[in-house]
Design a protein around this ligand. Structure first.
Ligand SMILES: *Cc1c(COP(=O)(O)O)cnc(C)c1O
Length: 357
């Protein structure tokens, strides 16, 4: 640490992404990435002309990409803000609307970046414990004067709240900002996007990193009232106007317009996930069923830490959280059917169950 680093960062715990060891080839199922390629239209959009255009800045209002995203929900581009991944979009939202010392809340078990950002922006944050069944207690968020940040469905638990529950939170106080992170919403949960026409204290955040198979492209977006979006644009132009690359804009626009391909990939993931969950249950594992691209479960006959370590020894990376209330769970991203077959065969081998059946 240098002499110059600010105290608040000296004492902070930065976000820890899923590990990326390079000592050998791994099947990487620890960061909810994708085993399927992006839409072929993304490749078509990345033309030589497009690559050559990096000699100039692109339009920093990113209207083509915002229009393409707006068309998914029948919204104007004025309701869409785009950023360098959902993470940056969340960061812009907090930078725009959360003053230092402001009170915010989110669950004790959720996407860990909320805590990281709360520290980064000097917020007074409170983490409400999930209920015993790992679901969110809506009343915690209705009966608080704190601004709210929720992943819906939640990560890593996969549990979701209904749109009517979210509406109760949003409508309880129009002067309180509510950020809903819908990173996994395309896998089957109902989106809260229709609420934005009625509530100006609601921001929905989504990403191209999950259902559009493009985490490396870094594209995320916010959907909100046009006033909120105008505010976030204003802050963007006070911080980093050109926050997406020319190539990400071209590829992202093509991906947004190819909804058919997205549905195809989502359908495959759902089918594989349901089959994989059934198989884990046959092993006596306690599976928390989700509508996402991952499974969340407690193994039986072996600890979660042990299972994770032994899968790694077999070249398979999964996510284990060495934390209170989470350390009996494993989260595994759903890959292709063949990949999940390999994971299952390996798990059976590890716990000593015959693969013959
Ligand atoms: C994966 C994930 C993100 C990150 O999205 P990026 O667009 O890759 O930054 C945000 N929120 C949740 C809940 C996620 O699981």
């Amino acid at each position: 640490m240098s002499y110059f680093l600010l105290d608040e960062f000296k004492n902070s715990t930065p976000y820890q992404p899923g590990e990326m060891p390079n000592d050998r080839d791994y099947l990487k199922l620890n960061a909810n990435e994708s085993s399927y390629p992006p839409s072929p239209k993304v490749l078509d959009a990345m033309t030589v002309a497009e690559v050559n255009s990096v000699t100039h800045y692109c339009d920093p209002h990113y209207v083509s990409l915002r229009k393409a995203i707006g068309s998914i929900y029948d919204l104007s581009y004025k309701n869409i803000f785009v950023g360098n991944g959902a993470d940056e979009v969340l960061s812009f939202a907090m930078m725009s609307f959360f003053r230092r010392g402001m009170k915010v809340c989110f669950p004790d078990i959720t996407y860990d970046f909320y805590r990281t950002y709360a520290v980064t922006y000097g917020l007074d944050y409170k983490q409400f414990p999930l209920k015993d069944d790992y679901s969110i207690d809506v009343n915690d968020y209705i009966n608080t004067d704190r601004d709210v940040i929720l992943a819906n469905p939640n990560n890593p638990t996969g549990q979701a709240l209904s749109v009517s529950d979210i509406e109760k939170i949003v409508s309880a106080n129009p002067y309180r900002m509510v950020l809903i992170d819908e990173a996994y919403v395309d896998y089957g949960n109902e989106s809260c996007v229709p609420l934005i026409s009625r509530y100006s204290n609601l921001i929905i955040v989504q990403t191209f990193s999950k259902s559009r198979n493009m985490p490396g492209a870094r594209i995320g977006f916010a959907i909100a009232s046009s006033d909120i979006i105008k505010d976030m644009e204003r802050v963007k132009f006070s911080f980093n106007p050109f926050n997406l690359s020319t190539l990400a804009i071209a590829g992202g626009t093509a991906a947004a317009l190819d909804e058919e391909y997205m549905s195809l990939c989502v359908g495959k993931i759902k089918y594989t996930r349901e089959w994989f969950e059934d198989e884990l249950e046959k092993l006596g594992f306690n599976v928390y069923r989700t509508e996402t691209n991952f499974v969340f479960f407690q193994p039986k006959g072996i600890s979660a830490a042990d299972l994770t370590a032994q899968l790694k020894a077999n070249g398979i990376l999964v996510r284990y959280y060495d934390e209170k209330r989470l350390d009996t769970f494993v989260r595994i991203t759903i890959g292709t059917e063949a990949e999940m077959e390999r994971v299952l065969v390996t798990i059976r081998k590890i716990i000593g169950v015959s693969n013959a059946a």
